[in-house]
Design a protein around this ligand. Structure first.
Ligand SMILES: O=C(O)CCC(=O)C(=O)O
Ligand SMILES: [Fe+2]
Length: 310
């Protein structure tokens, strides 16, 4: 692991979050920005203007039994392969209605993933990759939505390219009186850093990357790297899964916790409103009660109304 003999990182937020510098080994770190920009299939959001480019990759589970149909009258190379049930893949639900399709890990992302898993000693099976094309691209303040994130697991942001600032701010309800200032921390995310977001910090603090409209000549060298472009990879350990074609859903965040009893995906309606309300509560409540909000599970995949929150 590249960071094993470095000084211990400074705790951030509730103390369960920290930043690791010089995370990837030099041979990977030097070329990683260009490799990712070229190999990732970037999407502009279909549902509305998203102030950055996004892509989703993840682990496709070979959880089905695939058999070559034993039809002796058909030559072997023509026999169909029957998979029952077929594959499933992790799903990370959040209030923005449209997620790009999940693709298998691409080669450079797969290498970064191995470093993350080694460093954390925790599996990660899903990554949201975001390209901040300039200082104008940003992500608004939010808490990550944890209905589908394996409980107690950590969320990891690997940064490459231009340095940006992650701003952490305690949730509004933590103010004892309306005039109280909310705690704010600024974490610099330089090229080749890994920010680990612990569950307690995600529960009590919001995080975001604000737009930086300063002219290039006012920025430090690290902020101008890669022409001011930044790519972040948010790795998560997801416990909720979809079957191909978004037909069925099961796992931690769904009503059925197991593959055998997977239930059809729900689109819109009152269950969608409930999940959106639970997401809202997760953004606002410092003592968010996961069991109350998400414990029963939700089979909703698409919300009827487009909502641009993160
Ligand atoms: O770009 C980043 O580092 C932050 C991404 C983030 O917070 C998210 O995807 O939830
Ligand atoms: Fe986030």
């Amino acid at each position: 692991m590249s960071s094993s003999n470095k000084t211990p990182p400074t705790p951030v937020g509730e103390g369960d979050s920290f930043l690791v510098l010089d995370f990837l080994p030099p041979d990977l770190a030097d070329a990683v920005f260009e490799q990712l920009r070229g190999e990732v299939q970037w999407n502009l959001s279909a549902g509305g203007p998203v102030p950055r480019l996004v892509a989703v990759e993840g682990e496709i589970n070979p959880d089905g039994t695939c058999v070559s149909a034993r039809l002796s009258s058909i030559p072997a190379f023509h026999r169909p392969t029957l998979c029952t049930p077929p594959l499933s893949y992790p799903i990370y639900r959040h209030p923005a209605d449209e997620s790009p399709p999940l693709l298998p890990f691409s080669p450079t992302v797969a290498r970064i993933r191995r470093h993350v898993q080694d460093a954390l000693q925790q599996p990660v099976n899903h990554v949201l990759i975001q390209h901040y094309r300039s200082g104008a691209d940003y992500i608004s303040e939010h808490s990550d939505k944890t209905v589908d994130v394996v409980r107690g697991s950590r969320i990891v942001n690997v940064s490459v390219g231009a340095q940006r600032v992650m701003t952490l701010r305690t949730k509004k309800d933590a103010q004892r009186t309306p005039g109280d200032a909310r705690a704010v921390q600024r974490v610099l995310l330089p090229h080749n850093s890994m920010f680990v977001l612990g569950p307690a910090t995600n529960m009590r603090w919001l995080h975001g990357i604000r737009a930086d409209k300063r002219p290039q000549h006012e920025k430090a060298g690290a902020e101008c790297r890669a022409g001011g472009e930044r790519i972040s990879l948010t790795f998560r350990h997801i416990g909720t899964f979809l079957t191909p074609g978004e037909g069925y859903i099961y796992g931690q965040g769904a009503k059925s916790k197991t593959r055998d009893a997977a239930r059809p995906v729900v689109r819109g309606g009152p269950e969608a409103e409930e999940l959106l309300a639970a997401f809202g509560a997760e953004n606002h409540a410092s003592e968010f009660d996961w069991e109350v909000a998400y414990g029963e599970g939700s089979d909703v995949l698409h919300f009827s109304v487009f909502n641009s929150g993160d």
